[in-house]
Write a protein that binds this ligand. Structure first.
Ligand code: ATP
Length: 730
């Protein structure tokens, strides 16, 4: 028997034994009658049994995916089996170790070498790794055994063989878990300490989204006593993307984590009736031809002219802070309060309550408490009334004057303050000096932005870019209730977030517990996103934040990555190039197609590509209009594709047609980018084309009916070819 066969046989026997043990335990648990009574202790025990039943039911199909033979210093060599769920009770030696357990980190972090160590609650444990083995089990069947490190064979380093096998698979319509092939650089992020704002720059396809989801599962396991799933949130760019990633957490056995867009969440907290959204029209403004970036000189637009950038800046935050300070200074009416003639509450007394006793509270609460105190004072005074008639009279007067007095306090609702700051509406209750101060502050807003926003606000229209400012006011003026706080916040596609959005979220999350992931090379929302990670890092003290870079790209073949890198090198001034995993397939095709028959050519290209064993493919157009037109034209040729237009919240998979700017975060087995010419992809669009190209896992075609943009290179035949592939032999 050769080595491979004996390894397979060994694992087969081990699997049979493990399955028998799990099945027996599952049968035992299922035989225990489900407790439905009211006894609390019994309920807790039942809930423990239920979660064990669930875990075992999953484990009995695929109990583990990896084996690591480890010899602890002064100990003996032990095989450790690692799976999605731990199996084996406390105290006894586990049959399967949960992938999130400290010792399991060795499986991911070990990259060869003489010694290995991992951090355990009792300190650093050192030892030797003898074997790292991937064991692929599907529905109880042992399908594959691959040793990626074997010390006995003198294996110098861990090989990528199993990873390459997994990456070569075709994708369905959902993102999947990667527990069996997490890479060392990813593991470091997944297991990083909780109370740090992690900022991760990761090239396209480096696993950012995937890593973030695994990190959530890890944090829940590691800090189960301190954090709750429903107090964790992942912010994603849109509903369709949330649908696309929605299977990963349940696959990892984690439920209840909030998955939301910033806008929906912010609107909910602010109690807005509708979520202001950069809908297709708004996005179109930036991404359709002849608009947005394509205006002459658009690339040079600076923050003072881009409303999204200004309203997301720290400059704007300072302005909001200053606004709150002025409100505080001028909040209290400068007058005594008299509930009826002859009774007076001195302004100095009220001021003492407001400025001293209630100082620790946020402004909205200070106002509320002061007014409540005045109310109590009135009630005390009323008790001194000499007669029932006088009491009645005083009560009536006091009620009127109390109401009138309260109206002299400024309206502190975020929307009212925001509108006043932009000069759209006078602040109710604001005395003359406060109004003058607000007018003066408004001068700090760049004129065009002031004018445009004021116009919108007069019509009661908030834009998506206004939400961060509104929420900042909310969180500064009022207190954040316990139920609104997060234990951990993940921001995906964070290059499209503004510093102010992160600053706001920081007020809602405990201990700066953030995972912020993005890729500056994919920063196509130039008009609002960050240009450098320092913009976000500078929000935190150095000891509160950590920066990681993911440079290996796992999604695409080597040819696709090298091709896409070239776009960045030529079209974008950046150092952030992806390093491919050595997975080679078809060269990229850069093809010229004739104009009159453009659609027929595109259909032919699609047919040709789909001769491959693919499950998902996408046609990426430059604009939404083109996607719609192509969708209709292909339908006429009998080709039904899913049109993705930014309105749907479901991702269907299969064959899709969509504008490139909506493809961010998604991936497809094959991608065809249409209209790759100078007219459609101008000087400013290199990042957009980069995003489009890096959506492809296995095959990428660029179709052009004109002159190629200068940043598209088809010079190296190993990477890209300009001829159609030969027909595949039947
Ligand atoms: N360690 C890994 N093992 C197997 N597959 C991996 C690994 N890391 C990432 N992948 C795969 O690579 C692809 C890209 O992952 P993901 O979408 O999380 O990357 P991303 O960095 O968020 O990409 P982008 O920024 O381009 O949207 C996915 O198919 C994912 O399953």
């Amino acid at each position: 028997m050769d080595d491979f066969q004996s390894a397979y046989q060994e694992e087969k026997e081990h699997l049979d034994r493990t399955l028998a043990t799990i099945e027996a335990e599952l049968a035992r648990l299922r035989a225990v009658p489900v407790y439905t009574g009211n006894d609390y202790t019994e309920q807790v025990l039942e809930s423990g049994r239920e979660s064990a039943r669930r875990g075992l039911a999953q484990s009995v199909q695929e109990p583990y995916f990896g084996r690591l033979d480890f010899e602890e210093k002064d100990g003996k060599r032990m095989p450790l089996y690692i799976g999605k769920n731990g199996v084996g009770g406390e105290g006894e030696k586990p049959i399967v170790i949960d992938w999130r357990a400290p010792v399991a980190s060795l499986f991911y972090s070990f990259t060869g070498g003489d010694s290995a160590s991992y951090e355990a609650p009792e300190g650093l444990i050192e030892g030797l790794v003898y074997l790292k083995r991937n064991v692929m089990i599907r529905k109880q069947i042992l399908e594959r055994v691959v040793d990626t490190y074997n010390r006995d064979d003198g294996g110098p380093a861990v090989s990528d063989e199993f990873l390459l096998y997994r990456l070569g698979e075709n994708k369905d319509n959902r993102l999947r878990d990667i527990v069996s092939t997490i890479q060392a650089e990813q593991d470091q992020i997944i297991r990083a300490a909780r109370n740090t704002a992690l900022i991760i720059q990761g090239v396209a396809g480096s696993g950012k989204t995937t890593v973030a989801l695994h990190r959530l599962a890890y944090l829940l396991y590691q800090y189960k006593e301190q954090i709750a799933a429903d107090r964790m949130v992942i912010f994603a760019p849109n509903r369709m993307f949330i649908d696309y990633i929605s299977d990963v957490l349940p696959e990892l056995g984690v439920g209840d984590i909030q998955q939301n867009t910033f806008s929906d969440w912010a609107s909910d907290v602010l109690g807005l009736d509708e979520t202001p959204m950069d809908g297709p029209d708004e996005l179109g403004k930036w991404f359709e031809l002849g608009k947005g970036f394509d205006q002459p000189g658009a690339g040079r637009l600076d923050d003072q002219l881009l409303p999204g950038r200004f309203k997301g800046s720290m400059l704007f935050r300072d302005l909001l802070e200053e606004t709150v300070k002025r409100l505080e200074r001028y909040c209290l009416p400068e007058e005594d309060f008299s509930p009826w003639d002859g009774a007076v509450l001195k302004e100095t007394t009220i001021r003492q309550w407001f400025d001293e006793e209630y100082k620790p509270y946020p402004l909205v609460r200070r106002k509320e408490r002061t007014l409540a105190r005045i109310h109590r004072w009135i009630e005390m005074e009323l008790k001194k009334a000499p007669s029932a008639a006088a009491l009645k009279d005083r009560k009536k007067k006091a009620s009127q004057r109390e109401k009138a007095y309260a109206k002299k306090w400024p309206d502190l609702s975020p929307a009212a303050v925001y509108k006043a700051l932009f000069g759209a509406k006078k602040l109710a209750g604001a005395a003359e000096p406060l109004q003058a101060e607000l007018d003066e502050l408004a001068q700090q807003i760049p004129q065009p932005i002031l004018k445009q926003t004021s116009g919108d606000l007069k019509k009661n229209k908030f834009r998506e870019e206004d939400l961060a400012g509104l929420l900042y006011l909310f969180a500064t003026l009022d207190e954040i209730r316990g139920g609104q706080r997060f234990d951990h916040v993940v921001i995906d596609e964070a290059q499209d977030f503004s510093p102010l959005q992160v600053a706001v979220l920081d007020k809602f999350v405990k201990g700066h517990s953030f995972t912020i992931l993005g890729d500056l090379s994919q920063g196509i929302h130039y008009y609002r996103g960050v240009r450098k990670w320092e913009e976000m890092q500078s929000l935190f003290a150095p000891e509160e934040t950590a920066y990681f870079a993911l440079t290996r790209s796992y999604r695409s073949t080597m040819e696709i990555i090298l091709f896409a890198n070239e776009i960045l090198k030529r079209g974008v001034d950046t150092e952030l190039l992806a390093v491919p995993v050595f997975r080679s397939a078809e060269p990229v095709r850069v093809l010229s197609i004739d104009l009159p028959d453009r659609v027929k050519w595109i259909a032919a290209a699609l047919d040709r590509v789909m001769q491959g064993p693919y499950r998902t493919a996408a046609l990426l157009t430059r604009t939404l209009q083109e996607a719609e037109e192509l969708h209709a034209a292909l339908a006429e040729l009998g080709k039904e594709l899913n049109l993705i237009d930014g309105r749907s919240s479901e991702y269907q998979g299969g064959m899709s047609v969509l504008p490139a700017y909506l493809s961010k975060g998604l991936e497809f087995d094959a991608v065809l980018v249409t209209d790759v010419d100078k007219e459609h992809y101008g000087e400013q669009d290199a990042k957009l084309l980069y995003v489009a190209c890096t959506r492809a896992l296995h095959e990428l075609w660029l179709l052009s009916s004109g002159e190629l943009p200068p940043y598209v290179a088809a010079e190296d035949p190993e990477i890209a070819l300009t001829v159609w592939p030969e027909e595949k032999k039947a």
